[in-house]
Design a protein around this ligand. Structure first.
Ligand code: AMP
Ligand code: MN
Ligand code: MN
Ligand code: MN
Length: 287
């Protein structure tokens, strides 16, 4: 049995380890198949691919796309994407432009709350092209304005707080469309983390499925304990495949260790059921 971890981050977005450190850590953790899924960016994949070839880890080219759906922020993971696809890259570039404007706006809003230079501070912590709330949270912790990550989000970064700048990310249809154009499989990331009513969640699954979305993250390192049984039922009912991912962001960060995930509940069809994997691969999967 291969060990899969299909959701992780590097310094290309808000992870704290470089793509090659991530891959080496995955190898040390006994992960056989790793997906790097940075927020709205794929620039970490080339370095991760090289490291994967050197360690025997099979790398799946991935991305985690920010989506606004019915006023809700959702994350859609793409697995087995061709990172050179123009539609995908144009879409991601637009989201990163929005991230930069949003980060400047977060800086202005925090300034009004008496916190100076937050944009410059977050910019310095963001090693890659995808700046986000996590970088601001780390800056606020370093400044002694927050005790830990959760505290920083609770005080400054959550909806309604100065660091939460509402705005429009990709639509669900765009995100799934870009992933499909790039030959990948679209996966709803950490579905148990959204505050959606049961009815709204069913609407999301129907719409996602109709757009060509393929899978649900039934196991996520960022889920509350016990979320997987009900998600496995939804996956079965909507004939969606099941994915697993730690959402690893680096040592000592929130969420799980790489590759330390429970097995999928019985009856789930894994998202990798029809993958044809080769060691070191970072190209679209042959399906
Ligand atoms: P952004 O994409 O810039 O809006 O930032 C979203 C990221 O912030 C997520 O991918 C997580 O890494 C992190 N995040 C969101 N909510 C929390 C939370 N409550 N505690 C810790 N990290 C969080
Ligand atoms: Mn993140
Ligand atoms: Mn996410
Ligand atoms: Mn993530």
């Amino acid at each position: 049995m291969l060990r899969y971890d299909l959701h992780s981050h590097s310094t290309a977005s808000d992870g704290t380890v470089s793509p090659s450190e991530l891959v080496r850590h995955a190898a040390a953790q006994g992960v056989d198949v790793l997906a790097l899924t940075d927020h709205d960016v794929t620039t970490g994949l080339a370095e991760a691919e090289q490291a994967a070839a050197a360690t025997g880890v099979t790398l799946v080219a991935g991305v985690e796309i920010s989506v606004t759906w019915v006023h809700q922020l959702l994350h859609i993971v793409g697995l087995g994407i061709d990172p050179h696809n123009d539609d995908l890259q144009r879409g991601l570039a637009g989201l990163r432009d929005f991230r930069i404007w949003r980060a400047e706006e977060m800086g202005r809003r925090l300034e009004k709350k008496g916190i100076a230079d937050a944009y410059a501070g977050a910019r310095a912590l963001a090693k890659g092209p995808s700046i986000g709330r996590t970088h601001f949270a780390r800056f606020l912790m370093a400044e002694g304005k927050a005790k830990h990550m959760q505290d920083a989000f609770d005080k400054y970064m959550k909806r309604g707080k100065p660091g939460y700048v509402p705005g429009k990310w990709a639509s669900l249809s765009e995100a799934v469309g870009w992933i499909r154009a790039a030959g990948g499989q679209a996966v709803i990331a950490h579905p148990a983390r959204y505050s959606l009513s049961a009815g709204r969640f069913r609407d999301l699954l129907s719409e996602f499925k109709a757009l060509g979305g393929e899978a649900l993250e039934v196991i996520s390192g960022s889920h509350p304990h016990g979320a997987s049984a009900s998600l496995a039922n939804y996956a079965r009912r909507y004939e969606l495949l099941a994915s697993v991912g730690s959402d690893y962001h680096g040592p000592g960060q929130s969420y799980n260790e790489l590759g330390r995930l429970p097995d999928l509940p019985a009856g789930c069809v894994p998202v990798w059921a029809e993958w044809d994997l080769r060691p070191g691969q970072a190209a679209p999967l042959t399906r």
